[in-house]
Design a protein around this ligand. Sequence first.
Ligand code: C2E
Ligand code: MG
Ligand code: MG
Ligand code: MG
Length: 292
Amino acid sequence: ESKSLGKNKHTFFTEGIKDKVNEQQFIETSMHKAITNNEFSLVYQPRITVDDYGLDGFEALLRWNHPEKGNVPPNMFIPVAEKNLQILDIGRWVLDAACQKIQSWVSDGLQNFRVSINVSTVQLHRADLYTEIANALSKYKISGQYLEIEITETAILKDEKSAIKKLEHIKTLGVRISVDDFGTGYSSLSKLRSLPIDVLKIDQSFMADISDDIQAADVLGGIIELAKRLGLTTVAEGVELSAQHDVLISQHCDQAQGYFYAKPLLENVADGYVQECIGKVAQQHTPHKTNE
Ligand code: C2E
Ligand code: MG
Ligand code: MG
Ligand code: MG
């Protein structure tokens, strides 16, 4: 992550732009040019296997580097983009960039991994997401097994029947579906049973609770156990402390993400991380190789 991110996060809109309306207008106007001006990029946060710290894949997270304002956090501009439907173009850009990255890692020799992208409610309901994904996969000649889409429970439940149909269609491409930020919406675990999903990402607020509440570990354990019974892969978000990691081991959580393992990585840093992983795997498979 660039150093300017933290610095600009809080000062961004206090520098001359006074009220919310102007702030939104400013974002809206400059967002129009962001794609063509190459101001967007993706960072990649490793998702690891809790048991052995192995790499399962990466979550691609969008970054907007504004020429004057520096980094604008997604939580600030995505809601605006959803409102004015620019998220449809932005979402296509994210999908394309992620698939291009997948292609490059596959050709590097990375195996059995996936990259997840975040998909907004608006994309699910207003875009032809199936066709967009199918086109992106064929453009880069990659299998759908490398791609996962993250959707919040609220997005699915907004127009449940239609969402289920769309997600089922997308799944025929081999793409996996995960529920992002689980536990923050209104849906229950039993609701999940009727959804065509593969992965449950447990919201980072559950991790935060573990630090100061003994029962929180049991609550987390209950979610993990039920999710597993539904055949879902469980992923804990926002793991920052080794004590939280220990709880994930004891509660048998499959995978995790968080600063404890790795921050979201700039593309070239993620490339290096991938090279390291490929090297490790190669070593394991050639145990008799000597250093000559
Ligand atoms: P999310 O999908 O739940 O992503 C996880 C967020 O938590 C990311 O924030 C990530 O940088 C942050 N994070 C990761 N590990 C830790 C940790 O250990 N502690 C803490 N406190 N935070 C951690 P980020 O990148 O600012 O993204 C925020 C949200 O913006 C995302 O939440 C997602 O909802 C949305 N977003 C990001 N990229 C995209 C995108 O390409 N498309 C759409 N539609 N939404 C996106
Ligand atoms: Mg996500
Ligand atoms: Mg999340
Ligand atoms: Mg979130």
